[in-house]
Design a protein around this ligand. Structure first.
Ligand code: SAM
Ligand code: SF4
Length: 452
């Protein structure tokens, strides 16, 4: 029996080392965790979902809001216990919490063995020496599912532009992710080809300002050029992209979504506020009028398009009346999805110098008001879908049903025997909530390898 305080031996298993990944935050973090997993798998490690079995633990962090940062700190605190019991376990912290903060973090979390910034995969070799044998160009491999793996993912995230050149007054991202850097077009197309060869059917192209893609590359291709090149990859069934900035939502990009068969009719275009004075203080660089015109153009150009947006409530100095303008804009534009966040002051940002003067209860009230507005709008809209048929790409099971998304990014569940993962299924909607639909499978599409 182990005496109290005495280190535990590494768990007994088949000899292979294991890694455990904990990820919070945006899709970019998910994509980067998948790359870390790809590299460790190539180095012979197995993924475990039990951290007590792990030889290497990677925590991928987010600091966009205080609540996310608190969760990361909580996770790291809990890992202290694991490290005490198993001093041989190697713990790494990556993501936006790390950039430029290594010394401070090392003092605060002395049990963490390695701090590495976003995408600095080469530094992982310090805690996983086997990586020295792995060609780090494999970081271009987005996926840890190699050929021959029985159950590959159906959807994948593909980062296309890193960083952000905007300086929205509330946002920490530019300070932690640096300036915009686009990946070469051919490299992205190559990655999508490899993903499709492994069974991926849908790719989501990622960037903090995804539609700024290409301005820093030779010959300045834009997102529309990239979309055309990705659409031409044999076997890709669906292409999405996020997050777009209203300033760069050009006619060319919107037209590409309308024209290219694999491009899903769904656009995520954060407005953040529906009041020009708040937008000015947020340093968003556009007006409500510009935003409204872009939404109008998108709706006229892409039949059946669904739209998502982001809103921050309780920005410093946001009056009742200014909030009301945001509320009214949401009522007018009737989005399919609204991600609403309560303003959270972030160190180093411009707005952090201003008083965070909206009390938490008032922020909460505004948050709840928008959620209630959306629930009402979506109850009606989703109910209108009952009886209609949608093409759904099945990505797995949850709630003991098959789960997938429509091209418009609506969540759909159905119940049927057999293996439906990866299939494009026509589902007739039988019931709905504001957040998802239930239905019956009424047909399956054949994948066309070319021409679709
Ligand atoms: N680049 C995108 C854009 O321009 O809208 C969004 C990226 S940002 C990392 C993701 C979302 O987090 C934002 O749309 C915003 O609503 C929210 N966010 C960022 N900073 C925030 C803050 N300080 N407090 C509350 N929400 C914040
Ligand atoms: Fe942050 Fe603004 Fe850049 Fe979006 S555009 S990542 S909100 S600074």
């Amino acid at each position: 029996m182990r005496a109290q305080g005495e280190p535990e031996a590494a768990p007994e298993h088949d000899g292979a080392k294991r890694f455990f990944l904990w990820t919070i935050g945006c899709q970019m973090n998910e994509a980067e965790s998948a790359k870390a997993a790809a590299l460790l798998s190539r180095a012979g490690y197995l993924q475990t979902y039990l951290e007590r079995e792990a030889d290497v633990v990677i925590v991928n962090s987010c600091v966009v809001r205080q609540a996310a940062e608190d969760k990361v700190a909580g996770k790291l605190g809990a890992l202290m216990d694991l490290k005490r019991r198993r001093p041989d376990v190697r713990i790494a912290l990556t993501g936006c919490m790390v950039t430029g903060q290594e010394t401070r973090l090392a003092e605060r979390f002395p049990h963490v063995d390695l701090f590495y910034g976003p995408s600095q995969f080469d530094r992982l070799v310090r805690i996983a020496p086997e990586l020295a044998e792995v060609d780090l160009d494999l970081a271009d491999l987005p996926h840890y599912y190699d050929e021959g793996v029985a159950d590959p993912n159906v959807t994948a995230f593909v980062p296309i532009i890193y960083g952000c050149n905007f300086v929205c007054s509330y946002c920490i991202v530019p300070y932690r992710r640096g300036r915009e850097t686009s990946r070469p077009l051919h490299q992205i197309v190559d990655e999508v080809q490899r993903l499709v060869a492994r069974g991926v059917r849908e790719v989501t192209l990622l960037g903090q300002t995804v539609n700024a893609y290409g301005h820093d590359l030779p010959n300045h291709p834009d997102l529309a050029d990239l979309l055309a090149a990705v659409d031409a990859v044999d076997g890709v069934q669906r292409v999405r992209f996020l997050t777009s900035h209203p300033k760069y939502m050009s006619d060319r990009i919107v037209q590409a979504v309308a024209d290219l068969p694999s491009l899903c009719e769904h656009i995520n275009l954060p407005v953040q506020a529906g009041d020009n004075e708040v937008l000015r203080r947020m340093r968003r660089t556009y007006t409500v009028e510009h935003y409204r015109e872009r939404i109008d153009y998108i709706r006229r150009t892409i039949p059946g398009v669904t739209l998502a947006t982001d809103i921050i409530v309780g920005f410093p100095g946001e009056t009742d009346e200014q909030f009301q303008h945001t509320y009214e804009l949401l009522g007018e534009l009737r989005f399919d999805k609204v991600h609403v966040a309560m303003y959270s002051p972030r160190p180093g940002t411009l707005s952090n110098r201003w008083e965070d003067d909206i009390p938490r209860v008032e922020k909460k009230r505004r948050h709840t008001a928008i959620e209630a507005l959306q629930a009402g709008l979506l109850t009606e809209r989703m109910h209108g879908n009952v009886g209609r048929c949608y093409e759904v790409l099945i990505d797995g099971r949850s709630r003991e049903r098959w789960r997938g998304r429509t091209r418009g990014n609506n969540l759909v569940f159905f119940d049927a025997p057999g293996d439906w993962k990866g299939k494009l299924v026509d589902v007739r909607v039988t019931d709905s909530t504001p957040w998802f639909m239930l239905g019956d499978a009424v047909g399956v599409h054949e994948y066309a390898v070319s021409g679709r």
